[in-house]
Design a protein around this ligand. Structure first.
Ligand SMILES: C[S+](C)CC[C@H](N)C(=O)O
Ligand SMILES: N[C@@H](CCS)C(=O)O
Ligand SMILES: [Zn+2]
Length: 343
């Protein structure tokens, strides 16, 4: 799917139409890399695998495609030029590692389309399943590697200009990498949403983007800033083709979708985590504090009816979760062929 110079929102509407009204986003990447044996206890977190085990990243993308995903998100969530330079890479090498994250995802899509496109959870639909590669941009808090993307508290010295300088070149490299869209993920505060919006405008980024926030109370984003205000910033940015929530417990999602709908008609993207608790000090998930795959999937039709048209999972969700979501959406689409959020 090319970027083109047309109206960015057209691209997303066309894609959703081709997908049958609703699309499946992939599941947790970092946590699935860990499940496959990767040690992510490192400031680069999942981006460490770009350096030492790219084959694992490709395998996780392929597993999500086989499970029925229409959108796979690259391994650049915690890949930053600053983070790579701190490990001794040159600027050019760091930029190449960013592009590599998108190349691996594109490669996985090519392999899948050549070898497996008749299979997968989508049944006969999977033969013509449209697949997008989204280049992930995690927040400044993700780069800090201390769980700050779950607090959004950066301190007063972290100003708008500071954050713009932090993200500018990374955004440009990922926008030029061959990805279909940019996924700004786990956005913890209003300031960073404003920064992304201004960077998209100032740098005339040609591929579309989505803004996805996270919440720990079901009303506000994690910093305490109003979700409605954050979603309004995304709504006002012409480059943004979908607005949503990720890495947030499933029980909060329904109310958050309704809040976004109050201020935007753009497609809504939802990819909650498993609901388990993350201990940022120990860098560990508290297992068994979340919901089962079955419970997660029981929410899917409610989210779809409330207006979400892109649905997947974030941390600690797995290909099993995504397969079940694909099946649930397939059923929902048989009942209602055109998603209610497509206007
Ligand atoms: C979404 S949280 C689990 C991300 C983890 C964090 N950025 C880290 O580096 O450990
Ligand atoms: N796309 C990232 C988001 C982390 S919150 C991942 O799945 O690892
Ligand atoms: Zn997550």
């Amino acid at each position: 799917m090319g970027s083109g110079t047309g109206d960015p929102s057209e691209m997303m509407h066309d894609f959703l139409r081709q997908a049958g009204g609703c699309a499946v986003v992939d599941g947790g990447l970092a946590t699935e890399l860990e499940a496959k044996g990767a040690d992510l206890n490192d400031p680069l977190w999942s981006a460490k695998c770009l350096v030492d085990s790219p084959h694992l990243i490709r395998k996780v993308h392929l597993d999500y495609l086989e499970a029925g995903a229409n959108i796979i998100i690259s391994s650049s969530y915690q890949a930053t030029i600053q983070g790579f330079e701190a490990k001794g890479f040159s600027t050019a090498e760091s930029e190449a590692l960013l592009s590599k994250s998108v190349n691996i995802a594109c490669e996985a899509r090519d392999i899948f389309q050549k070898c497996f496109s008749d299979e997968g959870a989508g049944g006969s639909n999977s033969r013509k399943r449209p697949i997008l590669v989204a280049a992930s941009i995690g927040s400044y808090g993700a780069y800090l590697a201390d769980g700050s993307e779950y607090s959004g508290e950066y301190g007063e010295e972290v100003t708008m200009d500071f954050l713009k300088d932090f993200h500018r070149r990374r955004l440009q490299v990922l926008a030029d990498s061959g990805a279909d869209l940019i996924a700004f993920e786990t956005i913890p505060n209003k300031l960073e949403a404003q920064v992304y919006s201004e960077l998209l405008n100032e740098n005339n980024i040609e591929i579309p983007a989505w803004f996805s926030f996270n919440s720990k109370d079901g009303y506000n984003v994690v910093s305490g800033d109003s979700l409605v205000e954050c979603a309004s910033i995304a709504d006002a940015c012409k480059h943004v083709v979908a607005i949503g929530i990720n890495c947030t417990p499933p029980r909060f999602i329904h109310g958050l979708i309704l809040s976004i709908r109050k201020v935007s008609d753009k497609p809504i993207v939802i990819y909650p985590n498993s609901g388990e608790h993350y201990d940022a000090d120990k860098k560990e998930w508290m297992v068994s504090t979340g919901v089962s795959d079955e419970d997660f999937v029981s929410y899917v039709s409610t989210w779809h009816k409330a207006g979400a048209s892109l649905i997947g999972g974030c941390c600690r969700t797995t290909p099993r979760t995504i397969r079940a979501i694909a099946q649930a959406l397939n059923l929902a689409q048989q009942v209602s062929p055109v998603a209610s959020s497509l206007s």
